[in-house]
Design a protein around this ligand. Structure first.
Ligand code: THU
Length: 145
């Protein structure tokens, strides 16, 4: 929780995850989530949750940020921050978002940020132990027809 240990970029990323929450489209759950992704070259890309009347079509803030970033040509990420309106607990990415974060680097740092800007950092490989990854697809398999 000691702020002096983190870089200005990390601080900026966390602040932007809070700002991003103001764009959340969450008329069904009324649960706003903001995310901000820090690229290797220092850019910060924001995302928010976007819900749908057909509930399962909604997307979480973390995946929104990642898909925005990748579609703009960024695929190397240092860190991601996630923030909701929960006052006293950290909001942690759902399982699907953990898998999507892991796709882009087992060493990505995930910052869980409370509205008062207190935070906890957990590496993605801790949030998703034994995650599925691209190399699995090329591993030796049993013979199939
Ligand atoms: N949500 C996120 O955006 N990120 C998470 O990691 C957890 C859940 C969203 C999805 C849905 O719009 C709302 O929060 C309630 O589940």
């Amino acid at each position: 929780m000691e702020d002096s240990n983190i870089s200005d970029k990390i601080r900026e990323m966390m602040a932007k995850s809070v700002e991003a929450k103001s764009h959340a489209y969450s008329p069904y759950s009324h649960f706003r989530v903001g995310a901000a992704l820090l690229t290797d070259d220092g850019q910060i890309i924001e995302g928010c949750n976007v819900e749908n009347a057909s509930y399962s079509l909604g997307v979480c803030a973390e995946r929104c940020a990642i898909f925005k970033a990748v579609s703009d040509g960024h695929s190397n990420f240092k860190a991601i921050a996630v923030n909701s309106d929960i006052k006293d607990e950290f909001t942690s990415p759902c399982g699907a978002c953990r898998q999507v974060i892991y796709e882009f680097g087992k060493d990505i740092d995930v910052y869980l940020v409370k509205p008062d800007m207190t935070y906890k950092m957990v590496p993605i490989k801790t949030l998703l132990p034994l995650g599925f990854h691209g190399e699995c697809l090329n591993m030796k398999k049993i013979l199939t027809d």
